[in-house]
Design a protein. Structure first.
Length: 480
């Protein structure tokens, strides 16, 4: 029997800012506790105060270099309300939707192929030097090429609608500042069949992995939880751009259904813990112990009644059938859900490209000025809430942001503990493979606080093992 020990994984780089994982072992080397700590305070909600409402949709994108469109659109939707616009001109809404589908597509493709595919293709215990996109390219050059070109297509859609691939200016309070030229539309239409074929192949890869490794999937970071997302108001369909709030419990029973997202604060509360700067939201009616929930691709598959594009809807039905229609709680199934959404985005992009409204000239609406607005969107990683108050001088006086990873905070902590218990309990020496199992659990959520979470290669994890007196017993590191 040994003294109690602490394993620390620091830093964890694919989260917003700086984070670490601490794992507490008892005298028998069994895991007592495991936590994901966010150790950097950024204060974005404070320094946005005083900025003009027109600036906000552009400024808030600086939270993220991979999914700035999500913050751009959530802020724009909030500012729509402040300038008194409840219904956008058709061209404005459809251009924003096109922008968003391009964003979700490229972000999901980046995450799946560049960050997660090396683990899925080569195994969690494969040598670190093998688990990267360059080895994927060597092993399957065509798969790697498709990954690059699919992401490029999504980024090109963003550039055409937002003005730039990163930190664009397309969405403005009350509408949009451009339409889609016919020549650009035709260029995208020439590529859309190929994108759809590739999206179906990527979906098959994720689906087959999930079903072929069912025992691993069911035992790896899998636990019951509630789930939350937006759904389309009229019929409960998946809607990544707009909708009403829906939350279900672990058995699929309704907790929140059809709530106007302007009233999010009446059902959600943000808790704090002494060991992390990231908040812990929970559903008020269930309390802080039982009210936590998950968001993101898998949660959207659980909450949506159906998907309104045919190929993605068939895939959604198959995923739901894997659990007999009940909510799916297996963390690794998130990759399958992501690829369903990629296919859905491609189908929606095709639909929009064939809509003449994209060439319309009515781009901005006006209304009676208000002093408060809420914008909510389904970002790639899950539900994203932007809430602002603006004074008579058009200056922001209040800002509250609940990003996807904040919603998932408790879920990520539970996934880390689940994997730690199963792969570290009883171990005296740390192996690189053990580190990667924990990394895989975190990565499945594609965590993002500043949203600049994607990095090439592995997490540069460092784990140190200390005795109860603080003496260093063992060290293991995983290179970047």
């Amino acid at each position: 029997m040994t003294e109690p020990r602490l394993i620390e994984i620091s830093p964890v780089t694919r989260v917003e800012g700086h984070g670490k994982v601490t794992i507490h072992l008892d005298r028998d080397n069994n895991v007592e506790e495991a936590r994901l700590h966010i150790v950097e305070f950024r204060g974005f909600e404070r320094f946005i105060r005083g900025r003009l409402l027109w600036e906000v949709p552009v400024i808030v994108q600086r939270l993220c270099g991979i999914c700035p469109v999500s913050h751009h659109l959530a802020a724009a939707k909030a500012m729509d309300q402040i300038v008194g616009v409840d219904v956008l001109p058709p061209t404005a809404e459809k251009m924003r939707r096109l922008m968003h589908y391009g964003q979700v597509m490229q972000s999901h493709v980046l995450h799946f192929f560049h960050l997660s595919a090396p683990d899925l293709l080569f195994g969690f215990d494969a040598p670190a030097a093998r688990r990267n996109i360059f080895e994927v390219l060597k092993e399957n050059p065509e798969l790697g090429r498709r990954a690059v070109m699919m992401r490029k297509f999504g980024q090109d859609v963003i550039e055409a609608t937002a003005g730039k691939k990163i930190h664009g200016t397309g969405a403005i309070p009350g509408g949009i500042n451009r339409n889609l030229p016919i020549a650009t539309r035709d260029r995208f239409l020439k590529q859309i069949d190929e994108m759809q074929d590739w999206a179906q192949d990527a979906l098959k890869l994720a689906r087959d992995y999930t079903l072929d490794h069912a025992d691993l999937v069911k035992s790896f970071g899998a636990f019951p939880s509630s789930h939350m997302s937006l759904v389309r108001e009229m019929d409960g369909a998946l809607d990544l751009y707009h909708g009403v709030m829906r939350a279900i419990d672990a058995q699929g029973e309704s907790i929140i259904n059809g709530l106007n997202y302007n009233d999010y604060h009446t059902v959600l509360t943000e808790d704090v813990r002494s060991w992390s700067y990231m908040k812990f939201p929970f559903i008020q009616a269930l309390g802080p112990v039982d009210g936590w929930y998950r968001v993101g691709p898998l949660s959207r598959m659980n909450t949506a009644a159906f998907i309104d594009t045919p190929l993605a809807n068939l895939a959604h039905k198959e995923l739901r059938n894997a659990t007999g229609g009940l909510p799916n709680h297996t963390t690794l199934t998130t990759h399958w859900a992501r690829m369903i959404e990629v296919l859905h985005c491609v189908e929606k992009i095709r639909e929009l490209l064939n809509d003449d409204d994209l060439q319309g000239s009515d781009l901005v609406a006006k209304g009676d000025r208000r002093h408060e607005g809420v914008g909510v969107i389904e970002a790639p990683r899950g539900n994203l809430i932007h809430h602002y108050k603006v004074d008579e001088n058009d200056q922001v006086t209040f800002c509250n942001l609940i990003v996807s990873t904040t919603h998932n905070n408790e879920g990520m902590n539970r996934a880390v503990k689940d994997v730690a218990v199963k792969h570290l309990s009883g171990q005296e020496k740390i192996t690189e493979g053990m580190l990667n199992h924990i990394e895989v659990a975190i990565r499945a959520y594609d965590p993002c606080l500043s949203c600049a979470t994607h990095a090439l290669g592995q997490m540069p994890l460092q784990v140190e093992l200390f005795d109860a007196n603080g003496g260093l017993l063992d060290t293991a590191a995983q290179s970047a």
